[in-house]
Ligand binder design. Structure first.
Ligand code: 13P
Length: 251
């Protein structure tokens, strides 16, 4: 059984004070939730203060990015160890905004994945096609390229801890969601790609989140799809009420 995981990607939103307030409010709303992995990914500047509030509780903390190197002359970057030592357990890698706005390539994502897996961080690797790619019928080609590019050089055993997030770029922040069936189809395709390359065990056990305009209103129908194991939520994770309703949509 794949355990459902709901993660909030706050992107470049919330000061430290606002972040602390948001998680406190969230905690008050999800105290009765069981059997769901819950993660919040605030900006770097709020990780430590949010980690203090969350403590050893059921909501875990993740970063939105990291560098592949252990340290050195990389102005503006942070390492896996820096994240781990302030209480991060997860890290988002290869988000489409990193790819589109900051030039991140599959090769970069691959190096970051290697660095994350060298520690105990749990990587959430994002993949997904742009609108023009979908319209040209290239969805499968792009998604395969992102998955195999990120996973290049790894064995199935090394990848067991990894989480994938299928985020069609055209659905991010646009209010347009992939239909539950559309999303499920791509998730099933990803499992086929993984089965061909890494075998059935990894293909069946890896968790694949859906991301792109997930809201309380559409969460239950997306999460009821057999191949969808959770959600990576942007905008709706910035509001404790919306995010808690998405989490509760799991059950
Ligand atoms: P939205 O939920 O705002 O569409 O963002 C999705 C996303 O990019 C999560 O990583």
């Amino acid at each position: 059984m794949r355990r459902v995981i709901i993660a909030g990607n706050w992107k470049m939103n919330k000061t430290s004070t606002e972040a602390v307030q948001l998680v406190k409010e969230l905690l008050s709303k999800i105290s009765d939730v069981k059997d769901v992995d819950m993660v919040v990914c605030p900006p770097f500047t709020s990780l430590e203060s949010v980690a203090w509030v969350l403590g050893e509780g059921s909501v875990k903390i993740g970063a939105q990015n990291m560098h592949w190197s252990e340290g050195g002359a990389y102005t503006g970057e942070v390492s896996a160890k820096m994240l781990l030592t302030i209480g991060c357990q997860y890290v988002i890698l290869g988000h489409s905004e990193r790819r589109a706005l900051f030039g991140e390539s599959n090769a970069d994502v691959n190096k970051k994945l290697r660095a994350a897996l060298a520690t105990s961080l749990i990587p959430i690797v994002c993949v997904g096609e742009k609108l023009e790619e979908r319209e040209k019928g290239q969805t499968e080609h792009i998604v395969r390229d992102h998955v195999l590019g990120a996973f290049e050089g790894f064995s199935a055993a090394q990848l067991r801890r990894v989480i994938l997030a299928y985020e069609p770029v055209w659905a991010i922040g646009t209010g347009k969601t992939a239909s539950p069936e559309q999303a499920n189809e791509v998730h099933a395709f990803i499992r086929n790609v993984l089965e061909d390359k890494f075998g059935e065990l990894l293909a069946k056990s890896i968790r694949i989140q859906y991301g792109g305009s997930v809201k309380p209103e559409n969460a239950a129908s997306l999460l009821s799809q057999p191949e969808i194991d959770g959600a990576l939520v942007g905008g709706a994770s910035l509001d404790a009420e919306s995010f808690s309703r998405i989490i509760k949509a799991v059950t």
